[in-house]
Design a protein around this ligand. Sequence first.
Ligand code: HPA
Length: 279
Amino acid sequence: MLGIIGGSGLYDIQGLKIVEEVEVSTPFGEPSDKYVIAEYKGKKAVFLPRHGKGHKYPPHLINYRANIWGFRKLGVNKILSVSAVGGINPLLKPGDFVLSDNFIDFTKSRVSTFYEGLNSKEDDTGINDQVKEYLKDKRVVHIDVTNPFCPSMRKLLKDICEEKGYRYHFKGCYVATEGPRLETAAEIKMLSLLGGDVVGMTLVPEIILARELNMHFASVNIVTNLAAGISEERLTSDEVIQTMKQKTEDIKKVILEFIEKVPEKLNCSCEEVLKGAAI
Ligand code: HPA
């Protein structure tokens, strides 16, 4: 089943038929909110607002492990993540969609693994797979993230954006910063020199944790503002939320079409990531 994570300005998805809202407990604590199990054209999907309804959690205090573990408990094996980003690459304009294909991690304080060796928690999902085995055996795991995003999901997102005629970019390197403050102009200049195209505060560790559980993961980034120093204006959250509001209809159309078209079985190697990854 597909899981959808909504970012700033996306706290629900109209057009989906809500089947039920479920509270999920996890060995890692509380997820950001209740999960909304929904249906569209006969297909089920689960939605979770990353920051919680009412935007309760700042990026560095989101319980990413609980959020991703909750999806596993509900039977999710692929995640479509939606998030607001600042545009670093001069080709980007506010309102553009970026289907990121890689990331650089500048976060500082986040737990980014389920596999803690001797301190690993036992699996409580009842799913008999390599995740359960590695956790039970207290293994140390180093997953491959050479190309962290699911190629099959990205291709489908590209086809949808193309068909709808939206302005989008098929590639982009996402730089994850710690936040919650925005970046300095000097930091953005450095991130640009390092190859960053967009900047945001939430992709890491979300994508890493999903991959650690054998899930496919793709991201739709919405450029809500030009990053610090590229924009001549002072940056504000008002601008971020306003651009997200302007793009809400388009984002929802992409999500609904994605739910309808994504096959249960994807043709890629994402589900192989744990093979040979433990020491
Ligand atoms: N920086 C970091 N995160 C963001 C930005 C930004 O400029 N815009 C939206 N999320």
